[in-house]
Design a protein around this ligand. Sequence first.
Ligand code: GYE
Length: 367
Amino acid sequence: MKRKIVSALVCAAMVATMVAGCGSSDSAATTTDATEETTDDAAADDAAAADDTAASGDVITIGFAQVGHESDWRTASTQSCQDVFSTENGYDLQFVDCDNDSAVQLEAVRGFIEQDVDYIIIDPIVSTGWDTVLTECEDAGIPVIVIDRTIDDSDKYVSWVGSNFNTEGLAAGEWLKAYAEAKNIDELNILVIEGSTGASATIGRTEGFKEIADREGWTILDSQSGDFTQDGGQEVMESYCKSYEGQFNVVICQNDNEAFGAMDAMTAAGVSYGVDGDVILVSFDACTAGLEFVMSGDINADFECNPLAAPFVEEVIQTIEAGGTPEKEVYMEEHWFVNEDILTSITVDGAEQALTVVTQEVVDAQY
Ligand code: GYE
């Protein structure tokens, strides 16, 4: 019974957001129709069913298919969901760590459908291959909320909450351009350590940064995946140090954990990096440990990606529970962190964006 009511609400929300997403002029009418249908359905259900809704204080069951445990960012993301969707807050969170395996993630989602959970949260390991399983969720009347990485081949989810990875890549590029100018460095030879292949975070950061590199005529010597892990970053950097010895002066790591591994590899190879070194080191995520390395000058700049999506996801869920239509896309706020105060801002996509110099206070305030 509970499922029926929630399903009806979900269909209303899905129809409304999908129509709105297509830019149809009659989206309001469609929304109203769908809502009326929901109301009728609900009215036809008995009082016991009404008591069974979340609004009456029932536990809301959520299945969360998390990417894995590859990074500090990921740990913070998991913690954020566990804190918000706690038993005390009225939730039953079914958590699956998919260990960066797409097959396991699809299986987890199907398991949630079988369990008949109220909502499914997916942080998609890769951005494609989703339409079939999302159709199964839709058929089961279970709303899907996507967090962090995007799904690019299906829009059968009610909301996505996350970051603009392309903007992060653009920001790193614009910062590097301004920094090199300020330091009178006129040749940039760049090595990139990418994140996991097929992840939208990797695709966005790679494309954004490359756009600036192409515009400025920089040389990207190589770009290989370090799988968003410390070991991966170290391994790729060890091989770069051998293959490109003496040829590079910039290393871009697509997350902090890769940067930690890359620092170990460069130290072992006798390559100096950071504000006093020969190699400019750039990272993404800006987790606490990453910011500590920015403060010490080992990492020159760190482009934040906010992992604390859960409070926004809860808003989406509560909107649906109240019969409303959540936003299809929710972007989270993020900041750009640097060691030196020679630049105070950069212009990204025509907008001026502040650079924050990392102090102990900044580190303490970070996730
Ligand atoms: O940058 C990395 C994590 O998807 C944005 O995944 C996320 C990325 C994050 O493993 O640390």
